[in-house]
Design a protein around this ligand. Structure first.
Ligand SMILES: [Mn+2]
Length: 277
């Protein structure tokens, strides 16, 4: 009798444990469970620099946040892009050259426009459009943020110093990218403010182009003190974000470890996306 009672207690204990575990585990919709130990596969767009590579900072940031980085070679073959997107759980669009204004948003180039790589523009825009269409979480960094805006129908300042009225902030810092150099104000309650847990931060800045007209369906969620756009996000969406600064550079300084949260956040969205496949 005594052993029967203790058996009942044991069963009740196990059941309650099960209920507690269930209530704490996340779901990816339609009752599919998210595995908190799964390492999301993160596609990183390649740049023109070097033999089909991406700067190591992006690769390391993904690893530190718990993901598996894979670099995606440039291509304008839609079939190849689709096949890659079948494998990955997150896409990161990397920084780089200026964006061709004529093909990007139908503007003539101004004299201060820098180097453009039309082939890379084409690849990046195809990759962004296909990623958004498929519902894969997307983080655009610097040029990646600008191209997200262009791909979705927005425009850019080709050159901040000569085109942005009243600009007084140095957006092309001389300090290494692990140092933050200018203030960024975040819109309270926005995706980025929620991720970082702050409404103001100091970021690095390695750009002379910036978002001008934000794409339809997207919103500006961060600005420098001179009004230059520092982050955009898709409205009502928790997994499409563009940042003008370089979190993958900032996290190389212990002082800026808070920015790792951006990558960790995208690993969470990647786990959800994977579970929903
Ligand atoms: Mn800046």
């Amino acid at each position: 009798m005594k052993s029967f009672k203790s058996l009942k207690i044991a069963v009740a204990f196990l059941l309650s444990l099960l209920i507690v575990t269930e209530s704490f585990s996340a779901f990816a919709g339609e009752g599919k469970k998210v595995d908190p130990n799964y390492k999301p596969v993160v596609g990183i767009s390649a740049s023109e620099n070097g033999p089909c590579g991406a700067p190591l900072n992006y690769v390391n940031a993904v690893r530190r946040a718990g993901g598996i980085p894979v670099v995606i070679p440039m291509t304008t073959d839609a079939e190849q892009i689709a096949a890659v997107l079948d494998i990955v759980d997150v896409i990161i669009m990397t920084g780089g050259e200026d964006i061709d204004p004529l093909s990007g948003y139908n503007e003539e180039p101004v004299p201060a426009l820098g180097e453009v790589v039309p082939y890379r523009d084409k690849f990046d825009i195809m990759l962004i459009k296909a990623t958004v269409e498929k519902g894969i979480p997307l983080l655009g960094i610097c040029r990646g943020e600008q191209l997200l805006n262009v791909a979705m129908g927005g425009s850019l300042y080709q050159d901040i110093p000569s085109q942005v009225e009243g600009t007084y902030v140095k957006h092309r810092q001389s300090a290494p990218s692990s140092f933050g150099t200018h203030t960024v104000n975040l819109v309270g309650g926005s995706l980025l403010a929620n991720i970082l847990g702050v409404e103001q931060c100091v970021t690095n800045s390695h750009h002379h182009q910036a978002v001008k007209a934000v794409a339809p369906g997207y919103e500006i969620i961060a600005q420098a003190k001179d009004g230059v756009v520092e982050a955009i996000a898709k409205k009502g969406c928790n997994k499409i974000l563009g940042v003008q600064f370089h979190p993958e550079g900032l996290i190389n300084s212990a002082d800026n470890s808070n920015f790792l949260k951006i990558f960790q956040y995208f690993m969470e969205r990647g786990r959800e996306y994977h579970a929903s496949k």
